[in-house]
Design a protein around this ligand. Structure first.
Ligand code: ADP
Ligand code: MG
Length: 681
């Protein structure tokens, strides 16, 4: 069977330490007392009994009741998991890793021993691991190598109400897997299936949409867990606040000046707003009266490296007030101690796929109003440890007008990557039994993309190429470029570029006040063909520095070049993982084309064929496979050049439609793409 690409058993981190000895003392007793005091602990035996009796259990409970941390431990202690592993899925990486750390502490072991985690590009587990916190995407990926998830005897789908695309895919598959694994033994017939132990499914959710899950599983039992929430006083504004950033700042200072100690959590839609507020608070804090407590500001968003995300869990020093600036990443799953005040701007960013008649489409990330369910969750963050306060920067009428809960991702996200994975499992997206069916247009767009990438043939069958692409934990278009590099002998270069593109932040810092200085310094990295080769030059230089300098030296160098060290360090880790995948697939990752950029561009064209545009007589560019006229983004090194054809990483919608991450390519390279040749386009 296939090995799931991200999990190489040989490279799994080994942990043999029997735990942290200091935790055997009073601290450990304190943690055990805390566990016993959780609301869920009271109903522990009944809960275990419920799960023992039923194949599928649905568990609903307020946040903080102890679902995520305790249920896996209960199942392990009670022997319900038998010899198999318990998987608990989370929609986000940071939740999976931080929860594994917490539960490892509760079990008095190191992370990666009895309790581990597995997320994209990072894993801590061993042969001892029995409880594993995983992202929903990772478990879907594991299906590729182990379609019946035979290593697991219990799969707990946590935060199911968030209805991410991966969670929905997983739930659909789990239903089928359970049916196959739980057949009575005489019906199983011969073969490996007969040896499998049955699968238990536990669906956990914080909100009360349990009926939908219950119906999907043929009327599964729902168990409610009483939470323990202190009262939270909620304030709404009397008039709406068009400038939510300014309103958030004002509210923060009012709290800071007038209210008793307690940390503040501000919900903002995205990274840019967070960085802006971070700067202003620090600026004002320097000038604020001495008698006020000092402030520690902690940003929290998905693109922040996990080491920095972890800072929000550290208590502020005595006499300080902590102010956390977070996106909806802090809305559920994680526990942040110390929060007494929540400021809720009422905004979030939502990913939405726009399907086009032409069959192509694109992802957008738009700021929009949150849902009622989010608003309740956000307020709830203030009442974890005592009485709390929530300041909503919108009116009560605006709250009433909010949607109840967000639309499931399967109805609004690109399906390309999922469709490829499902085809590898011999499944058809159109035919699967989903809680909510995906949109026909989105299915059409995904089919077209996979066809253009050569992953599916005209009859929609998976090709060898498609199977190879699915081995990489990458977006299909980037995976296509990597697979193409085998043919063109430039895997070394392509992996560097693809790694930077897959990192969670961008390599270049572009604060407006330093733009000119930055561009001057970075001139030496520039490549005439555009941004991809420029990025390769950056990665090459960084790798030289990284080989000779210590961490501080690397940071220093990056700062001087106006480069984002965080992105480059992450890219290097991703690159190493991708090299391993290549080795396993017998792709020689050392293969290099040296200084010749042509092979690299040819590979990129294979992956970005849907992102190609031709120069028009008026100097603009027209999409090859779409109706739009695009301009080259001002941040691009090609921004004021005119070239016959471009390929780009993504479109950005502002005053114009901009192409970002652009390279100039000869038109002939695009015409060479095999699929286009067949159709004679
Ligand atoms: P639920 O999943 O029901 O929201 P959790 O199991 O995540 O609840 O957490 C239950 C409780 O365990 C929290 O309210 C908190 O008291 C404690 N807890 C969880 N994680 C941590 C942590 N990282 N640090 C300190 N306490 C924690
Ligand atoms: Mg939870």
């Amino acid at each position: 069977p296939l090995q799931p690409a991200d999990i190489d058993p040989r490279k799994r981190r080994r942990f043999s330490t029997p735990g942290n000895p200091s935790l055997n003392g009073p601290q450990s007793q304190c943690i055990q007392a805390q566990r016993a005091g959780l609301p869920i602990a009271m109903g522990k035996d009944a809960l275990i009994e419920e799960i023992r009796k039923n194949d599928v259990s649905i568990l609903v409970g307020e946040t903080g009741s102890g679902k995520t941390t305790q249920v896996p431990q209960y199942l392990l202690d009670s022997g319900l998991a038998g010899q198999g592993m318990i998987a608990i899925t989370q929609p986000r990486k940071v939740a999976a890793t931080s929860l594994a750390a917490r539960v490892a502490t509760e079990q008095n072991v190191s992370v990666g021993a009895l309790v581990g985690y597995s997320v994209r590009f990072d894993e801590a587990s061993s042969d001892e691991t029995r409880i594993k916190y995983v992202t929903d995407g990772m478990l879907v990926r594991e299906l590729l190598g182990d379609p019946l998830l035979s290593r697991y005897s219990v799969v707990i789908v946590d935060e199911a109400h968030e209805r991410t695309l991966r969670t929905d895919l997983l739930i659909t598959n789990l239903k089928d897997i359970q049916r196959k694994r739980n057949l009575p033994s005489d019906a199983k017939g011969k073969g490996s299936v007969a040896k499998l132990n049955p699968l238990k499914i536990v669906i956990m959710s914080a909100t009360l949409d349990a009926d939908k899950f219950s119906n999907f599983f043929g009327g599964a039992r729902v168990t409610y867990i009483q939470g323990r929430q202190y009262p939270v006083t909620i304030y709404h504004t009397t008039v709406s606040q068009p400038d939510y950033v300014e309103a958030a700042m004002r509210t923060f200072w009012q709290i800071h000046m007038d209210q008793p100690p307690g940390d503040v959590l501000i919900f903002l839609p995205g990274q840019e707003d967070i960085e802006g507020v971070d700067r202003s608070i620090k600026l004002f804090a320097d000038r604020s009266p001495r008698e006020l407590p000092s402030i520690v500001v902690c940003p929290m968003y998905a693109a922040l490296p996990s080491s920095q995300q972890a800072k929000i869990f550290t208590p502020a020093p005595p006499g300080f007030r902590k102010c956390i600036l977070a996106t909806n990443i802090a809305e559920t799953s994680i526990t942040i101690p110390g929060i007494k005040y929540v400021i809720d701007t009422g905004k979030c960013k939502e990913k939405r796929y726009v399907a086009r008649d032409s069959g192509t489409g694109f992802d957008t990330l738009l700021t929009r109003d949150i849902t009622k369910s989010s608003a309740m969750q956000r307020a709830g963050r203030a009442g974890r440890e005592g009485e709390g306060f929530c300041f909503r920067l919108y009116t009560e009428e605006a709250f009433d007008a909010m949607r109840e809960s967000a639309e499931p991702e399967i109805r609004r996200c690109s399906l390309t990557s999922s469709m490829l994975q499902l085809r590898c499992l011999d499944q058809d997206l159109e035919e699967l039994d989903f809680m909510d069916k995906p949109d026909q247009e989105a299915i059409g767009a995904a089919l077209k993309t996979l066809y253009l990438l050569g992953a599916l043939d005209r009859k929609r069958n998976l090709t060898k190429l498609g199977r190879d692409m699915a081995m990489f934990p990458l977006e299909p278009n980037l995976a296509r470029a990597v697979v193409a590099s085998r043919e063109f002998g430039c895997t070394l270069e392509i992996l560097d570029i693809v790694s930077v593109l897959s990192a969670s932040s961008k390599p270049f810092f572009d604060s407006s006040d330093e733009r000119e200085a930055a561009s001057e310094i970075r001139r030496k990295f520039r490549h005439r063909s555009g941004d991809h080769m420029t990025m390769l030059n950056v990665m090459r230089s960084y790798q030289e520095i990284a080989a000779s300098e210590k961490k501080s030296g690397r940071k220093d160098w990056c700062r001087k070049q106006f480069l984002n060290e965080r992105c480059l360090a992450e890219a290097q880790e991703i690159r190493d993982q991708l090299r391993e995948v290549c080795s396993r697939m017998q792709i020689d990752w050392h293969a290099s084309c040296g200084e010749d950029e042509q092979p690299v561009l040819k590979c990129l064209v294979r992956g970005l064929v849907q992102h190609a545009a031709y120069l028009q007589p008026d100097g603009s560019y027209k999409q090859l496979m779409g109706p739009s006229i695009v301009k080259i983004h001002p941040s691009s090194s090609l921004c004021d050049k005119k070239v016959a054809a471009i390929i780009y990483d993504e479109l950005v919608y502002t005053t114009h439609i901009y192409a970002r991450g652009v390279s100039a390519v000869p038109r002939g390279y695009i015409a060479e793409v095999p699929i286009l040749n067949i159709k004679g386009t």
